[in-house]
Write a protein that binds this ligand. Structure first.
Ligand code: GLN
Length: 455
């Protein structure tokens, strides 16, 4: 009730939520009370109020993905993540705002209005999961779930001063996660502390036969690692500073915060070395071929026949016309840009030159990580080159918007685990800065040890 009151008090200014499920939340809380009275709470997080990004399906509760296309759609099933949260007794408060179909870095591409950064309402909360991170930064929820295709958990975490984790690809089921770029999409925890994130990580992770890319391996011991990290000792941990991140386009305040973070890791006992990952420079262009290509294919399902919106179906038009008019009306500018880019990149005659080349670059980036992780246990960088920018500042400049994810995208392309942990406030503008920690696939626990020691 305290969280629902807080939402009622501040969400008209923050607009983190697209839908608040008051009745469902109170009923879930009552069930937890009964379990506790019986002495059988479902998990250590039973009763904790949580906000869910509106890209994960929730049975009978609106799921829009920030798009007019899905306005009014009620999913007939829960995503595996949603199911696991409910089974662990977490109380789902509602669904959070996001860039349409998770395409963006500021939440300005939502069809339902922008979310405001709780630190400064004139600034963006990051994206695409700005609503999830803003909801915990504004104390409207204790925990939240985001999804990270190219940085959409970590970058909002960085600019709202919260923790955001992209688990190893395949570590968390994608069943019921509305697909943007299937080889990159991954759900993960948003929290105010590293230990909170670890507890949530263990609830949502694990093999799922309903997702063909789900990894059939034990969940990394992230809670134990976070607890170990809390003793503040990083002796024996080798940390690599990625040489290729920094320079032009990075705010001096962000770089100074990063240097201070590296010094602190050293002071905690870590051995810090510089590491070169030469192909990371090509990660952004490779991503902007691979992600739109997969998006153009995935979004073909919004054909005006199966879900949500259908316009101009007046009996005089062909199915193709209804489909085209519906997609024209239902999708926003950024989604259309990606569908066009992706369709072009996959066209015969262009496929090898664009999509094929991007896949090769992806392999080179994975090898850069492999080489680096022979020398170090984790890599670190700033999470994003700047602090939260002003609402409206980058809406007409897609390239400037895309650059927000320059540091986060390599881990998505390689399928590795990565975290953003709060790294204080910039001495330039007093806004939150994030430290990114990257670990090999299935070594998510390293993020939590280093992150908990650092915070
Ligand atoms: N900002 C990136 C994009 O627009 C990443 C999005 C995401 O991680 N969902 O594609």
């Amino acid at each position: 009730r305290a969280h629902l009151d807080r939402i009622a008090e501040v969400d008209e200014h923050v607009h983190a939520f697209l839908h608040v499920d008051t009745e469902g939340a109170l009923a879930a809380a009552d069930r937890v009370d009964e379990d506790i009275a019986k002495g059988t709470p479902a998990s250590p997080l039973a009763g904790v109020p949580l906000a869910l990004k509106d890209v994960l399906t929730t049975k009978g509760i609106p799921t829009t993905c920030g798009s007019r296309t899905l306005e009014g759609w009620l999913p007939p099933y829960d995503a595996t993540v949603t199911r696991k949260l409910r089974e662990a007794g977490l109380v789902v408060l509602g669904k959070t705002n996001m860039d349409e179909f998770a395409m963006g870095s500021s939440t300005e591409n939502s069809a339902f209005g922008v979310t405001h950064n709780p630190w400064d309402h004139a600034r963006i909360p990051g994206g695409s999961g700005g609503g999830s991170s803003a909801s915990i930064a504004a104390f409207e929820a204790a925990l939240a779930i985001g999804t990270d295709t190219g940085g959409s958990i970590r970058q909002p975490g960085a600019v709202t001063g919260t923790v955001g984790v992209k688990p190893t690809y395949g570590g968390v089921s994608r069943y019921g996660l509305v697909a943007f770029s299937s080889s990159l999409d991954q759900a993960g925890p948003c929290a105010r502390t590293v230990l909170d994130a670890a507890l949530l990580h263990e609830v949502i992770a694990g093999h799922d036969p309903l997702d063909s890319t789900s990894i059939d391996a034990p969940v990394p011991p992230v809670v134990a690692a976070a607890r170990q990290g809390l003793n503040g000792d990083l002796k024996g941990v080798r940390v690599g500073v990625v040489k290729e991140f920094g320079g032009d386009g990075y705010q001096p305040g962000v770089l100074r915060s990063f240097e201070a973070a590296v010094e602190q890791l050293r002071a905690l006992g870590a051995e810090v070395v510089e590491v070169s990952c030469p192909h990371f420079t090509y990660a952004l262009p490779a991503y902007y071929l691979i992600a739109p290509s997969e998006c153009s294919s995935n979004l073909a399902r919004f054909d005006a026949m199966r879900y949500g919106l259908r316009v101009a179906d007046d009996g005089t038009r062909s199915a193709e016309e209804v489909m085209a008019l519906t997609r024209e009306k239902g999708f926003g500018a950024e989604v259309k840009r990606r569908v066009i880019l992706g369709t072009y990149a996959l066209s015969s005659g262009y496929y090898d030159a664009y999509y094929g080349s991007a896949q090769k670059v992806r392999t080179l980036i994975t090898r850069d990580f492999d080489n680096a992780f022979e020398k170090v246990d984790v890599l670190v960088s700033p999470t994003t080159p700047t602090t939260a920018f002003k609402i409206g500042e980058r809406v007409d400049d897609p390239m400037a918007m895309y650059l927000s994810d320059i540091c986060s995208i390599p881990s998505n392309l390689a399928g590795n685990a990565a975290m953003s942990v709060p790294s204080g406030l910039s001495d330039e503008d007093g806004l939150p800065v994030g430290l990114q920690i990257m670990a090999p696939a299935l070594a998510d626990d390293r993020l939590y040890r280093v992150g908990a020691a650092y915070e």
